[in-house]
Design a binder for this molecule. Structure first.
Ligand code: NAP
Length: 547
């Protein structure tokens, strides 16, 4: 059976076909971009594949899906009114609440009237003579616009495992990023899950509570640390609301725009006892402190990374009863924090349950194929009622690759970026005029909604500048692209994460050609990035070429 797709209906049809701007995607980026473009008096149309707003939080409805960043730092901050009227219920918001929040935003600002759902953009071609983009949707509908905004997200191009026989499985199979809109009932079911990334780490403890048996196929284990989620009381929420200005101002001073600030001491210069006490404290606290509030050099120094890795490994050993299983769950090929750290709620304890078993497909047995009944390894056949492919995404550039985007001289973006993306600030690509990327490759990310707001503010600020000067065409200059690409590559060099395969380094063996590491984000300090972009704006966007 094929993987179940949550959306199977035909596209709506729009009345008008020419707009000032077309926005691809109705997630956090597309929603805010639409809001700001309207303020500039522009006509805009959002084309969205799904049946409603929400992007990541629309698609990823799997059990256990939730923020692992503090809710009250992870929403929109552009509207004080919105901030004051919305109550987060938990410190790390579960997916249904987040989707409700995004629907509330869409209602409040009446965003849906300029959105067309069930509409997949298949191509976007630049027409130099007409100074506009021609966009085609699946089904043939066409639209044109002066500006094209890609609000496609960095983790939206989900990938299924390249394992033979996938189509033959007779039961339902799901990718978490295409989870059905009605809950999946695991009661009494034998469930197999492939993958142990952040998604699986959230889903496994929840599925384990219901399923008759859950078998986890792990290739490489991931480091993970406790989330320590809790409810937010009414009184606590009022206090948070009163401090919003202070909270967001503080986030803007941290390298990744989160509430956590790195500790500038060097790990090994801190006496062992003090260091361990610090780590104990971080491990017991909610959120990303253990990663983003840790000693700064754990991300760059191998010995420092080995020390924190050993600390976390011991935590896994303490939490998992079977020492053999514990060892299998401890990564040996990369240190802690060299891949994006998943935060978990009872992930390791799930392996103490009688109905959960771990299959180590790196050391013990290898998956040979999917069969009509389940999964065959070189050692045995496993039978399942339900399969879950928690096999991740073609990160950052994947969503771009899936659209036939052509710029000047019909050059394909996919070809231009074949080896590696090249952009200026992650916002414009050379040879693709009037195409602005909200979370493009090589931009600063960290706290994603904050990064989105910053990017949208910068880009709409530039559009305002263009309106004031009667410009209708913007391009980036080759020398700016060269310089920014070098800056981005240099910023990634000292990082241990650059030496590890992950979606962040662009490696995904389920996608043809995605075996070589690339730099896909700006890993420098977000504070510097803000400063730089603010300066570019202040100086009249001299780095861009307008006409
Ligand atoms: P992921 O981290 O890339 O994990 C994919 C998993 O599937 C890995 O364990 C991978 O093994 C395995 N896999 C892939 N193809 C396979 C194959 N053919 N055979 C066997 N195993 C295979 O993807 P993800 O878990 O979806 O997470 C991606 C990112 O989404 C996260 O890093 C995070 O940034 C984001 N995310 C965020 C949240 C949140 O904010 N709360 C939650 C979930 C995800 P290998 O490691 O060996 O390749």
């Amino acid at each position: 059976m094929n993987v179940i797709n949550a959306v199977a209906e035909r596209p709506d049809t729009a009345k008008a076909t020419t707009y000032d701007a077309i926005i691809i995607g109705a997630g956090i980026s597309g929603m805010f971009m639409l809001y700001r473009l309207r303020e500039l008096g522009m006509t805009a149309r959002v084309f969205e594949m799904g049946t409603n707003v929400g992007g990541t939080w629309y698609w990823n409805r799997y059990p256990g899906a939730r923020f692992d960043s503090e809710s009250w730092t992870y929403g929109y901050s552009f509207s004080k009114e919105l901030m004051q009227e919305w109550d987060w219920k938990e410190h790390f918001s579960p997916q249904p609440d987040t989707l409700e929040y995004l629907n509330h935003v869409a209602d409040k600002f009446d965003l849906r009237r300029d959105m067309q759902f069930r509409s997949t953009v298949t191509s976007a071609h630049w027409d130099d003579a007409a100074n506009q983009w021609h966009v085609t949707l699946e089904g043939g509908q066409k639209a044109t616009s002066r500006f094209l905004f890609t609000a496609v997200g960095i983790l939206s191009a989900h990938t299924l495992p390249a394992i033979p026989g996938r189509e033959s499985f007779q039961g339902p199979a799901y990718h978490p990023a295409r989870w059905p809109h009605t809950p999946v009932d695991f009661t009494g079911k034998r469930v197999g899950i492939i993958g142990t990334g952040a998604t699986a780490i959230q889903a496994i403890p929840e599925i384990a509570k219901q399923a008759k048996q859950l078998t986890v196929f792990q290739r490489r284990p991931n480091w993970a640390a406790p989330l320590h989620n809790s409810k937010i009381s009414k009184e606590e929420m009022e206090k948070i609301k009163a401090r919003y200005d202070e909270i967001y101002a503080y986030c803007a001073t941290t390298p990744m725009w989160f509430i956590h600030q790195m500790d500038h001491r060097k790990t090994l210069e801190v006496p062992k006892e003090e260091r361990e006490a610090f780590w104990e404290k971080l491990y017991a606290e909610p959120g990303f402190g253990i990663w983003l509030g840790n000693f700064r050099d754990i991300g760059t120094d191998e010995e420092a990374a080995a020390a924190i890795s050993e600390f976390i490994a011991n935590k896994i050993r303490q939490r998992v009863k079977d020492p053999k299983v514990a060892e299998k769950l401890i990564p040996k090929d990369h240190p802690f924090a060299s891949r994006r750290v998943p935060l978990e709620s009872g992930y390791f304890e799930a392996y103490n349950r009688d109905n959960v078993r771990l299959v180590d497909t790196l050391n013990d047995e290898t998956i040979e194929c999917i069969t009509p009944q389940g999964i065959r390894t070189n050692k045995q056949d496993y039978e399942f009622d339900i399969l879950i492919y928690a096999t991740g995404f073609d990160g950052v550039t994947g969503a771009f690759d899936r659209i036939d985007i052509r710029g000047t001289n019909r050059v394909r973006l996919k070809d231009a970026w074949a080896e590696s993306p090249r952009t200026y600030l992650g916002m414009l690509a050379e040879g693709f005029p009037n195409m602005l990327m909200v979370l493009g490759p090589h931009t600063a990310r960290g706290n994603i909604p904050q990064a989105i707001e910053h990017s949208v503010q910068f880009q709409t600020g530039m559009l305002k500048f263009m309106q004031e000067h009667n410009y209708t065409h913007v391009e980036t200059r080759p020398e700016q692209v060269d310089e920014w690409t070098q800056t981005v590559i240099k910023a990634a060099e000292p990082l241990l994460s650059s030496k590890v395969d992950s979606w962040q380094t662009g490696v995904n063996r389920n996608v043809d050609g995605r075996t070589v590491r690339r730099v896909l984000g700006y890993n420098g300090n977000g504070v510097h990035f803000r400063r730089l972009t603010d300066q570019v704006a202040k100086d009249g966007y001299k780095e861009f070429s307008f006409r």
